[in-house]
Design a protein around this ligand. Structure first.
Ligand SMILES: Cc1cc2nc3c(=O)[nH]c(=O)nc-3n(C[C@H](O)[C@H](O)[C@H](O)COP(=O)(O)OP(=O)(O)OC[C@H]3O[C@@H](n4cnc5c(N)ncnc54)[C@H](O)[C@@H]3O)c2cc1C
Length: 419
């Protein structure tokens, strides 16, 4: 028997691709090596699934720094608002949180997975789980999928939706890159993105600030000359190994790229008070000192930043907690202010790709037709999701990219199979 469309991979991209293909009325098969489908989707967003983002399309694309512009074309067919309508149509009510992030009202990622699986059932999509694919043989009229069991499946159109290499226990073990290479595709360098960063700075090693989170701070990556490569204003977290939290995750790919250029140490700069210029802060502190000369400096400025950070910076600036305001020299005040505005952390690495949220790099988008997701090198071969060299920030952008590319791949794979 020959299937018209076969999808390998039951993540968000593969599930959406299979649905889109079957909606065109073609015989569709979905294969996954896992026991269940949508394993990564079910743990996404801390188990709540940040399924997409409500920001305008232009903004969504900006938040996908890894080749987001490639998505303009697929977005003209199916975009973030269509994802919202799609799930609401399947009975999954969504709600908006900060930064446009969309979650199921139930706060359950499983509801998103179940809605997709129910739709697959309605469309009579054949599903084979616990079925690892080992190899692909490409043919002129048909392609053959070789299972680990050595069984061969013949299909007119083939969609590769096996994801990247991040968090491999969910099934994403990078199997698809070899199959893409066999079809002649280029795989750009793989690297971890949206990944916590490692530091050997003494205050990190001593766990001085471990567990402290800072709200709405500016986190910047500095180049070798000390210039800012990128800045993100969001929350961040000091951990026992270095830095994490949304702002750091967003900066992480820029740090990793610096390492890929050969740098051994990259500086992250934290501005704990980004709404105030350094000279304004200095003037404000000078005034406070004058107004409260007899009080301790620590008491006068308490509340300016979280207490643990305050005590740490006071110690670094060699200001004792008992020091009276009147005794604070201008030089000490300046160095205290500077540390609040330009706090430096030296990064020597990131957690590995396996621990990253997202894989950077993948099947080169130069070899993919953007409005169909078809390979430019092989007839009726399609790619979608994280296997592609497309990566976004956390915030619903990666699932959006997976579902949008999956939708387009599924539709076109079906049309070509019927042609
Ligand atoms: C912890 C975590 C939380 C995340 N949270 C979010 C979030 O809230 N919002 C967001 O936008 N993004 C989030 N992401 C990223 C997002 O989940 C992924 O980008 C997305 O799942 C990629 O979808 P995909 O369909 O391309 O691949 P995957 O979801 O990785 O699915 C690939 C599938 O292919 C199957 N497969 C692989 N090899 C084979 C083979 N040889 N044979 C058969 N089947 C195979 C796997 O079993 C797997 O089911 C998160 C990532 C992680 C790790």
């Amino acid at each position: 028997m020959t299937y018209q469309v076969t999808v390998i991979g039951g993540g968000p991209s593969g599930l959406m691709a299979a649905i889109a293909a079957a909606e065109q009325g073609v015989q569709t098969l979905l294969i996954d090596k896992g026991k269940k489908l949508g394993t990564k989707l079910a743990i996404s967003g801390g188990g709540r699934c940040n399924v997409t983002n409500r920001l305008p399309e232009e903004e969504v694309i900006k938040h996908i720094p890894g080749n987001g512009k490639f998505l303009y074309s697929p977005f003209s067919v199916f975009n973030n608002y269509d994802i919202i309508d799609f799930f609401e149509g399947l009975g999954v009510a969504l709600k908006e949180e900060d930064h446009g992030r969309m979650f199921p009202v139930s706060n359950k990622a499983k509801d998103v997975v179940h809605a997709l699986l129910n739709r697959m059932k309605e469309l009579n999509i054949e599903v084979r789980t616990e079925t690892p694919v080992e190899a692909i043989h490409y043919g002129e009229d048909e392609h053959q999928v070789i299972l680990k069991s050595k069984e061969k499946i013949t299909t007119r159109s083939l969609i590769l939706a096996v994801g990247g290499k991040a968090v491999p226990h969910t099934g994403s073990t990078g199997d698809g890159y070899a199959w893409a290479k066999k079809a002649g595709h280029t795989i750009t360098d793989l690297f971890p993105t949206e990944v916590p960063l490692l530091s050997n700075d003494s205050f990190i090693k001593n766990k001085t600030l471990q567990g402290l989170s800072l709200r709405d701070v500016d986190v910047s990556v500095l180049n070798e000359k000390g210039k800012k490569i990128v800045t993100h204003r969001m929350d961040m977290l000091f951990t026992h190994f270095g830095l994490s939290g949304p702002a750091v995750l967003r900066c992480s790919q820029f740090v990793v790229k610096e390492f890929m250029k050969g740098r051994k140490l990259v500086t992250i700069e934290i501005d704990a008070l980004p709404n105030q210029k350094e000279n304004e802060l200095l003037e404000q502190l000078q005034k406070s000192i004058k107004d409260h000369a007899k009080k301790t400096f620590r008491n006068v400025i308490k509340g300016i930043v979280p207490e643990r950070l305050l005590d740490f910076v006071l110690e670094k600036a060699e200001i004792s907690p008992e020091e009276k305001s009147a005794n604070i020299s201008n030089e000490k005040l300046r160095s205290f202010t500077q540390m609040l505005k330009n706090f430096h952390v030296h990064i020597h690495g990131s957690q590995p790709l396996e621990k990253a949220f997202v894989t950077g790099g993948g099947v080169s988008i130069k070899e993919i037709v953007p409005n169909t997701m078809q390979s430019k090198l092989m007839e009726r071969l399609y790619f979608c999701g994280e296997i592609l060299d497309i990566h976004g920030y956390t915030g619903g952008y990666n699932i959006t990219s997976a579902m949008v590319t999956g939708r387009v791949a599924g539709m076109h794979a079906a049309w070509e199979a019927m042609a």
